[in-house]
Design a protein around this ligand. Structure first.
Ligand code: HEM
Length: 456
């Protein structure tokens, strides 16, 4: 524990007392009852490997893999202080599993073992994707497209919000404090905002669980915890087992800090949002290309509506204390969201970009086909003026939502890390301030200006 204790010292001293905001996670504090040494997890993995060696290939036996033992150890001590022999075993196993072809009828009831194993030694040479588990989420989402795909994707986001509320509520129950109360309330309001952030799931949930408590009704810890517990249990049977399993297996914090668990969940929800906005843009391009301007507008307004609800996510994120983030930052170098593929895809689908304007750590994505701005420009001479105006309105609305979200992220970064550089090799807040001003549709803004000048 001593190495970890040193890493978990904030600028104002050690963050080792208690459970909750600016302190430890419930798992870390209750670690004395669990597998801090990691030997139980190591034996469970060894046993599984021996059984596999005698009974057949890895993949069909994934369901029996001791995910729970490994996760419990990681959550108790933080990935950064996990048993080195266990990490080494998981790394070797990853190599073996990777070399196997998946069976044709592979089920998705458990996470893909090779992708999951890659997360377990992330602390040695990982990136943003292995920190957050994006490949596992992508794989689950790729199972369905269109409306069904949207429902699945929204259910995943909601499941993450439910888990976050459950983590925060149990911290409040363990050790009530002003900061923990504020965090738990924000997590409750976030789950409530899932109606807007993940509407396909929101409709389903509101119908069955009844309305959420109002802000007035949440006065006092008892009322808050009771309302949160009602919301959590009402959702339990609405989230299918594979989704619950995915959420459970992708909480692998590097430190023992409670705040890191919130950070991971908020990033995973944002990732879901970026993926969805990218899907909307892809479908908007196809619709406009096929002459369906209304279909294009519907997609753009779906994305814009969701972005309008991001303040609920930021309200949870702003409860991150500076001292806690300093510790998280020190332990997550090289794992910045600047590497997010889904985020970059949104920018690349909307208009052509100068690759030189991105951070060197941004993923190099080559997307096929035209951007939305290009399709719009090409079709401009043929479109009736009223359609042009309506399309411009929708594009501007999406741009405004994206801009607002980037400005808020910049403001929070300034508050939490000041002028320190980012973990992705950029200048930090200055970089974010500059990128926040880049429009999703730069020519649209110029075009509107040109037409206005011509008319006057
Ligand atoms: C305490 C909270 C956070 C701080 C202090 C913070 C800080 C930063 C910094 C300094 C950068 C610049 C790139 C770098 O060098 O790392 C960045 C980029 C980025 N962050 Fe955050 N971040 C926070 C939370 C989040 C969350 C929860 C998300 C959600 C996924 C997120 C998404 C992004 C994205 C997409 C970029 C790339 C922006 C671009 O290239 O224009 N950040 N962040």
């Amino acid at each position: 524990m001593s190495a970890n204790a040193l890493k978990e010292s904030g600028p104002d001293g050690p963050l080792l007392d208690g459970i909750g905001v600016a302190a430890l996670s419930r798992h870390a504090v209750q670690a004395e009852f669990t597998d801090t040494a990691g030997t139980r997890a190591l034996h469970a993995v060894e046993d599984w490997c021996s059984a596999v060696d005698t009974e057949g290939p890895y993949r069909p036996r994934t369901e029996k893999f001791p995910f729970g033992d490994v996760i419990e150890h990681f959550r108790s001590v933080g990935r950064g202080a996990a048993l080195p022999a266990l990490i080494a075993r998981l790394r070797v196993l990853h190599t073996s599993v990777q070399s196997e072809a998946p069976p044709e009828d592979e089920e998705v009831s458990t996470p893909l073992l090779s992708s999951w194993l890659r997360l377990t030694f992330d602390q040695e040479d990982g990136d943003y994707h292995t920190y957050v588990g994006t490949h596992l989420y992508d794989r689950m989402r790729e199972r369905s497209e269109g409306k069904t795909g949207d429902i699945l994707s929204d259910t995943i986001m909601a499941a993450l919000a439910v888990d976050l509320l459950s983590i925060e509520t149990s911290a409040l129950a363990a050790e009530p404090s002003r900061r923990q109360r504020t965090r738990t309330r924000a997590a409750y309001q976030l789950l409530r905002s899932m109606n807007a952030l993940a509407p396909a799931w929101g409709e389903k949930f509101e119908g069955k669980a009844g309305p959420f408590a109002t802000a007035d009704e949440l006065n006092g810890d008892e009322a808050l915890m009771a309302a949160a517990s009602r919301a959590i249990s009402a959702t339990a049977d609405q989230i299918e087992q594979p989704v619950r399993r995915l959420v459970e297996t992708t909480m692998l914090p590097v430190t023992r800090l409670h705040d890191e668990q919130m950070f991971i969940r908020i990033i995973q929800i944002f990732e879901g949002l970026y993926v969805h906005v990218g899907r909307c843009l892809g479908r908007a391009i196809t619709a406009l290309d096929n002459g369906d301007a209304e279909g294009c507008r519907d997609e753009l307004s779906d994305a814009a509506h969701r972005l309008d609800a991001t303040p609920a996510l930021f309200r949870v994120l702003t409860t991150m204390p500076r001292e806690a983030f300093t510790v998280i930052r020190e332990n997550t170098y090289g794992r910045s969201a600047v590497q997010s593929t889904s985020y970059r895809r949104v920018e690349l689908l909307s208009a052509p970009r100068d690759p030189g304007s991105f951070s060197p750590q941004a993923p190099l994505l080559a997307l096929e086909g035209e951007t939305l701005q290009e399709v719009f420009e090409r079709q401009l001479p043929e479109l009736p003026p009223q359609t042009v105006t309506r399309l411009e309105e929708s594009m501007r609305r999406l741009d405004a939502g994206w801009h607002m979200s980037k400005r808020t992220h910049w403001g929070i970064t300034l508050k939490i890390i000041g002028s320190a550089p980012g973990t992705g090799g950029t200048s930090g807040a200055d970089y974010l301030q500059r990128t926040a001003e880049v429009s999703l549709f730069p020519k649209l803004i110029l075009g509107v200006r040109r037409r206005t000048v011509r008319r006057t």
